[in-house]
Design a protein around this ligand. Sequence first.
Ligand code: SF4
Ligand code: SF4
Length: 509
Amino acid sequence: MKLWRFNGGLPSLAEHKNESVNLPIEHAPVPAKLVYPLRQHIGNAATSLVCVGDKVLRGQKIAAARGLISAPIHAGSSGVVTDISDHLIPHPSGFSAPCISIETDGLDDEIAPVPHSSFQQLSIPELITIIRDAGIVGLGGAAFPTAIKLDNQSKTRNIETLILNGAECEPYISCDDRLLKERADRVVEGIEILLHLLGAKRAILAIEDNVPDTFKSIQSAIAVNNNHAISAAQIPTIYPTGGEKQLIKTLTGKEVPSGGIPADIGIVSINVGTVHAIQQAVIEGRALTSRIITVTGEGVNTPRNLEVRIGTPISTLVDVCNGYTKLAERLIMGGPMMGFALLNDEIPVVKASNCILVASKHEAITDKKAMPCIRCGLCASACPTNLLPQQLYWFSRSEQLTKAEDINLFDCIECGCCDVVCPSHIPLTQHFRYAKSALKVQNHEKHLSDIARDRFEARDARLARDQAERAERLRKKKAVLKEKPAKEELDAAINRSKAKKQIASESKG
Ligand code: SF4
Ligand code: SF4
């Protein structure tokens, strides 16, 4: 298969996969307490459907999607709702947000799944509803509600290529690789569901060339399935080849336009973990209540790939990995390049958590002291989205956020390539994250102020209209009043004249 090369990237980034890539998936125990942030997807936070004291079962919907872009949340085990209040959430801000807490009862009772042995017998709207109700979001880290992505594209039917993202390019993470090795048949069945749903002509499952065994597993599963629309592609191991736009460029040579989405060029791209969740929802009839996570780094005694109930505190996973080592310095959710530091290990795992990196000092790559920019241009050469990080840095630092937006700040995928190559150790990505958040707040405030201004102008216009109407009514009334005496006078004159004529005629008689 012909492949293309995207700009920049890091071909020789230390992979650190050996620590966990050969470890089979194990099931983490159900913890005593599960915690569910109501917002663990892009869009509106879900709305709680339970009250403190309610008993719940595994798979029971405990929070409903609110509005168009949102996703429901399901209990990961049976137990009792003990709290609905703010709790620390896994987010770079370190903020707390509303969460539902469940004390588990150790029984792990489940609501009866609703399996479908044949997805072909389901209509497209039925499939979309199943995926929506199962609470599935992008498990590669994006956490965008999957049903919305699929619903839009299933209606237009203009998707030619479905890309399955198995390129786990970030160092240390091996959860998708283990999934593809151990559950390749389920992933391929999930791909068939998506082909049916989208009407796409072909599906390409991309795997990096540093995991040849995984490629063989998936090829065997495709051969057994015998669907000629599905193929697997081995792609070069270059960070961040698993970025959506970089993967599309690598496989098709096409560029997603700035500010656009893959569907604009006839492509839908989905992470392999999400495909697995879709297969589980449709065929097994189970909502998304668990996911595979790599727990690794020099800070834990025994790295593992774990199937974990969503809502499990990180402390439980560290215990399963035989605890912290003396080197444990920092907890990172995600990998060292795109992950973010966590305040403590009571924070729960959410749908988008693919890795817990318990990093030692030298693994936490952002610890070096920043120095002034020397304008070497290395950051621009490494940027996989053809940006000018040095310029973006300048505009972000000097709070010229609109100028940063003008040079495509929002195209930055926060891959961290510029950070790695920067000889001055400037935490560029951190600046870009901050600038994006500040711009979002600014744009949101502008939006609110536009709404307020429109409302004010509409009120002014209404008052002016009312005043004009009142003036018109008054004018008409005055005109009537003015006409009234004149008419009365005329009537009186006519009457006087009539009376005179009558008297004259009577005196003649
Ligand atoms: S790599 Fe660092 S020092 Fe070089 S231009 Fe970019 S920001 Fe400046
Ligand atoms: S973090 Fe952003 S600016 Fe830096 S290399 Fe990645 S995409 Fe480019």
